[in-house]
Design a protein around this ligand. Structure first.
Ligand SMILES: O=C(O)C1=C[C@@H](OP(=O)(O)O)[C@@H](O)[C@H](O)C1
Ligand SMILES: C=C(OP(=O)(O)O)C(=O)O
Length: 425
C-alpha cells in the first residue's frame, strides 16, 4: 500500500493549472455513446485514468475498434455489438456499471458486469429494478442488488413512465440509454435536476429528448444511428476542486483552473466556497455541449456554511469541502446527503473518522455532519480505498503535514494529482 507524506506549505502559491484530469463523467459517456453511431467518433482529452480506461476496454470487448494515442481516442463501432467472450470489469466505477446496465439490457447476448471489492458492495437495485420493470433480464448477488450482475439482452424493452425515488444521474442515464431502444416514447422524471451530460450529449448527437410541462424527460426511441462525437473533453470540475480548496485555505494564494466544465450541475461546490467567503470567478470561454471556461479561486478568510440544497450538484466535492469547513470560522452543516454513504466508501463515515484523527470537532448524522471550524492537526489518514477521501486529506496536509495511506485509489480519477500538488511547493 502506497503512502503520501504531505508537508505543510511554507509559502503562498499563485498558479494557473491546465493539466488537471479530464472530466470523468463526460469521458465515460463519450466511450459509451459512440456505440450509438455508425461512424468514427473523435475524442480529445479523454480521461486516461483507471475508471474510464476500463470503460474503453469494455467498449472494445463489445466489438468497437479503438485507436488511442495518449488522451486522443478514435472509436469506430461495429454494425452490431458482439457478445463478449469474458466478463466486463468496471473496476471501481459506479457510473460505468450503472450506465452499461441500461445500454446492454436490449443488446442480443449475455453480459456479466463486475468490479472491484468496493463496487461489488454498492447498490445496483436502483437501476436493476426499473430496468426489470420494462422487461430487462438482470440478476446478481443479493436478489440482483449487487455485482457481479448478469444481463441477458432482450429483443425489445417496453416504453416507460418513471419518477425516480433517487436523484441520480447514473440512474437517469441508464434509463435514457434503455429508452433509446424501447418500442415507444418513454418518460423519466427526477425530483431535482442531476448532472445532465447525458441529455446534452445525446441531443447533440441527434437523439430526440425533450422536457414536457410536468418535468418529465420524453425520450424518443432511435430511428437509425446517431451522429458521431467530435469532442474535446473539458477539465473535471470535481478534480479541479481539490486545488480550489487548497487556494481557499492557504493565505494569499490563488489558483486558476483552466478549460473546465462550467455546467451549473457541476460547479455548485465552488459556489459554496464563494458563500464561505473565498473569491471565486467563473470566466466562460466557449460552449461545446456545455459551457467551458476558467475558474479563479483566491484566498479570503472562510466562514461556516449550511449545505442542504442541490446536493447532487456537489455530492462528489463534499469530502474536499469538509476540509474547508474544518478551518472556517464557526459551524458548518451538511444535510440531505445520505447518498454519500453509498459511494466508493461510506463517505460520511470516512470524512468524520479522519477529521476526528485531525482533532476536528464534529457531529455525525445519518445524512451528513456538522463541523466546528478550528485547526487541523497532523494525522495518519485512512483513505478507505476512496480517491476523493485520499485527495481531500492530502489537501489538508498543505496546512499541517499529513500521512495518507492507501493512495493507489487516486489513479481511478486523477493520475497526476500528486505531481500537481508537488508543483504548489
Ligand atoms: O453520472 C455520473 O457521471 C455521476 C453521477 C453521480 O453519481 P449518482 O448518479 O450516484 O448520484 C456522481 O456521484 C458520480 O461521480 C458520477
Ligand atoms: C462517486 C464517484 O464515482 P462513481 O459513482 O462513478 O464510482 C466519484 O467519482 O466520486
Amino acid at each position: 500500500m502506497e503512502t503520501f507524506n504531505i508537508k505543510k506549505l511554507s509559502k503562498p502559491f499563485n498558479i494557473e493549472i491546465d493539466s488537471i484530469a479530464s472530466d470523468k463523467s463526460i469521458s465515460h459517456r463519450c466511450a459509451m455513446f459512440s456505440l450509438f453511431s455508425n461512424e468514427t467518433s473523435y475524442i480529445k482529452n479523454y480521461l486516461t485514468a483507471e475508471d474510464t480506461l476500463n470503460t474503453l476496454s469494455i467498449v472494445e470487448q463489445l466489438g468497437a475498434k479503438i485507436t488511442r494515442n495518449g488522451s486522443t481516442v478514435e472509436i469506430t463501432p461495429t454494425d452490431k455489438l458482439t457478445e463478449p467472450k469474458d466478463i466486463l470489469d468496471c473496476g471501481n466505477s459506479g457510473t460505468a456499471m450503472r450506465l452499461f446496465c441500461g445500454l446492454l439490457a436490449s443488446i442480443d447476448g449475455a453480459f456479466t458486469l463486475t468490479g472491484d471489492k468496493y463496487l461489488r458492495e454498492r447498490p445496483m437495485k436502483r437501476v436493476a429494478d426499473p430496468l426489470r420493470s420494462i422487461g430487462a433480464n438482470i440478476d446478481g448477488r443479493e436478489k440482483g442488488n449487487k455485482a457481479p450482475l448478469f444481463i441477458r439482452g432482450v429483443k425489445e424493452l417496453k416504453p416507460f413512465t418513471y419518477h425516480s425515488p433517487v436523484d441520480s444521474a447514473q440512474v437517469k442515464s441508464a434509463m435514457i440509454l434503455a429508452a433509446l431502444r424501447a418500442n415507444g416514447i418513454s418518460k423519466y422524471k427526477e425530483n431535482e435536476l442531476t448532472r445532465d451530460h447525458t441529455e446534452r450529449m445525446l441531443t447533440g448527437m441527434g437523439a430526440k429528448l425533450e422536457i414536457d410541462n410536468e418535468g418529465f424527460i420524453n425520450i424518443h426511441p432511435l430511428e437509425g444511428h446517431l451522429k458521431p462525437l467530435n469532442i474535446t473533453v473539458p477539465t473535471d470540475p470535481s478534480s479541479g476542486f481539490f486545488f480550489a480548496v487548497a487556494a481557499a485555505i492557504t493565505k494569499d494564494s490563488r489558483v486558476v483552473i483552466k478549460n473546465v466544465s462550467l455546467n451549473p450541475t457541476r460547479i455548485e461546490a465552488y459556489q459554496v466556497l464563494k458563500r464561505m467567503g473565498a473569491e471565486v470567478n467563473f470566466i466562460e470561454k466557449e460552449n461545446i455541449y456545455e459551457p467551458i471556461g476558467d475558474i479563479e479561486v483566491k484566498y479570503k478568510e472562510l466562514n461556516g456554511v449550511v449545505v442542504e440544497d442541490n446536493i447532487s450538484w456537489l455530492i462528489d466535492e463534499l469530502p474536499a469541502l469538509s476540509i474547508a469547513m474544518s478551518v472556517a470560522n464557526g459551524k458548518s452543516l451538511v444535510k440531505n446527503a445520505k447518498e454519500l454513504r453509498v459511494k466508493e466508501s461510506d463517505r460520511i463515515e470516512a470524512v468524520v473518522s479522519n477529521l476526528k484523527k485531525c482533532g476536528v470537532t464534529y457531529t455525525e448524522f445519518e445524512d451528513g455532519y456538522e463541523i466546528i471550524g478550528g485547526t487541523l492537526n497532523k494525522a495518519s489518514i485512512d483513505s478507505h480505498g476512496d480517491h476523493r477521501i485520499a485527495m481531500s486529506f492530502a489537501i489538508a496536509g498543505t496546512l499541517c503535514d499529513m500521512e495518507i495511506n492507501d493512495v493507489e485509489c487516486i489513479l481511478t480519477s486523477f493520475p497526476n494529482f500528486k505531481e500537481i500538488l508537488d508543483s504548489l511547493y
